[in-house]
Design a protein around this ligand. Structure first.
Ligand SMILES: *Cc1c(COP(=O)(O)O)cnc(C)c1O
Length: 407
């Protein structure tokens, strides 16, 4: 059986909208186009009912009350609102924050923006396995700490963090706990009570929903979690996020959340993807030498593989294996080809980081595709190594660390 190319294995970047999700959305782009804030007619009522139904589905996915869900334009905005909104609201209580060094840029850059406003931020190192240590969080806390932000699962190396322990520690110390749960939703069990989370960022397009819609969970009850809004206006979403609600997007998010909930309940699709991921690793690691898995094997998303192929440039490998959509360990966001800050924070040497490829598996992938990807990568890595003088030297037993390089 031949496989169709290109093959999509970049599900950490985004996922396709599931057909069921699209079907749920379409009526709200056509006949049911009302504004959910229109209180005076049936068009508005219908839109509002659809939004509230979706809010229940999103809340149910993380074990929250629907009143705790605020819709945003995506997790970038949710991360900004959580970090900046909470820190600014609580600045009389303290101006110190703790965030892990491997957070998404939306958290890291929000923290940097706060530094420019006079806040102090501790960027927590991670272990070589890419894990945040609870003791490191404890040691970083100060009397002036108001917020800790540690993600549920990392988008590059797929490591799943001990959020329940970190959340419990924060609750105990009266510090707010924010977790960016985007990559873990529908893939690993998560609920706000177990995580002791006060703020949780969600995004629809990483879980088979549409782009441009996300949510922030804001815990209710005592002590109350208050935020300074980033966007002022008509007072939508309890005054914390103004703007006309994109009803069709929200409906799609709700449908995607229901799907993710079913996946977690049955476990069938998660187990299928995990088996494909393990098949991919088995193929690559048995048929090639000098491949290395980046990030913890045990505490890892079921769909993630981050592999370094020694003596091969990740970018060159991606070009050679263009039929497969993956991403490399070089920050594609900058023209400078800096090695990934996540791999760097894990202490991965820069040449190893440059040779890394992130595979993100998902619903569309099949066993035939995985086998094709293994064949293709084995062939391309072997070819690229044959052209590499470094690989030749290493094979002859020359210690590359001892080589005197000329400028
Ligand atoms: C994709 C992603 C985001 C950003 O979400 P958007 O909805 O695309 O803004 C934030 N955090 C993590 C971990 C992500 O993977």
């Amino acid at each position: 059986m031949t496989v169709q190319t290109p093959i999509y294995m970049d599900h950490h970047a985004t996922t396709p909208v599931h057909p069921q999700v699209l079907d749920a959305m379409l009526p709200y782009l056509k006949d049911d186009f009302g504004n959910a804030a229109s209180r005076s007619h049936a068009f508005g009522w219908k839109a509002e009912a659809a939004v509230e139904h979706a809010r229940e589905k999103v809340a149910a996915l993380i074990g929250a009350d629907p009143r705790e869900i605020l819709f945003t334009s995506g997790a970038t905005e949710s991360d900004n609102l959580a970090v900046k909104g909470a820190a600014r609201y609580r600045k009389e209580a303290g101006t110190h924050l703790v965030v892990s060094a491997i957070e998404h840029k939306a958290v890291l850059d929000s923290a940097h923006a706060l530094e420019a406003e006079g806040f102090e931020v501790t960027f927590l190192p991670v272990t070589q396995e890419g894990l945040v240590e609870v003791d490191a969080v404890r040691d970083a806390l100060r009397p002036t700490t108001t917020l800790v932000s540690v993600m549920l699962a990392n988008n590059e190396v797929g490591t799943v963090q001990p959020v329940a322990e970190i959340g419990a520690l924060c609750r105990d110390r009266g510090v707010l706990f924010h977790t960016d749960a985007v990559q873990g939703l529908g893939r690993v069990p998560f609920d706000v009570a177990t995580a002791h989370a006060d703020l949780v960022s969600l995004s629809a397009h990483k879980m088979y929903g549409p782009k441009g819609i996300g949510a922030l969970y804001v815990r209710r009850g005592r002590p109350r979690v208050r935020l300074e809004p980033l966007i002022h206006g008509g007072g939508h979403e309890r005054g914390m996020r103004s703007g006309t609600l994109p009803v069709h997007q929200i409906v799609g998010f709700g449908a995607a959340a229901a799907l993710a909930f079913e996946d977690l309940e049955s476990g069938v699709e998660i187990a299928r993807v995990r088996a494909l991921r393990d098949r991919l690793w088995h193929g690559l690691s048995t048929r090639l030498t000098e491949v290395r898995l980046n990030g913890s094997r045990a505490h890892r998303l079921p769909n993630n593989l981050n592999v370094s192929f020694a003596f091969v440039e990740g970018e060159a490998l991606m070009m050679a294996a263009r039929d497969v959509a993956v991403s490399s360990g070089s920050a594609c966001t900058s023209a400078s080809l800096e090695p990934s800050y996540v791999l760097r924070a894990m202490g991965v040497p820069s040449e190893v980081a440059h040779s890394s490829i992130r595979f993100g598996l998902g619903r569309s992938n099949t066993e035939e595709e995985v086998d094709h990807v293994v064949d293709l990568f084995v062939e391309k890595v072997t070819q690229l190594r044959e052209m590499s003088p470094l690989y030749e030297m290493a094979r002859q037993g020359i210690d590359l660390g001892s080589v005197q390089w000329h400028a």
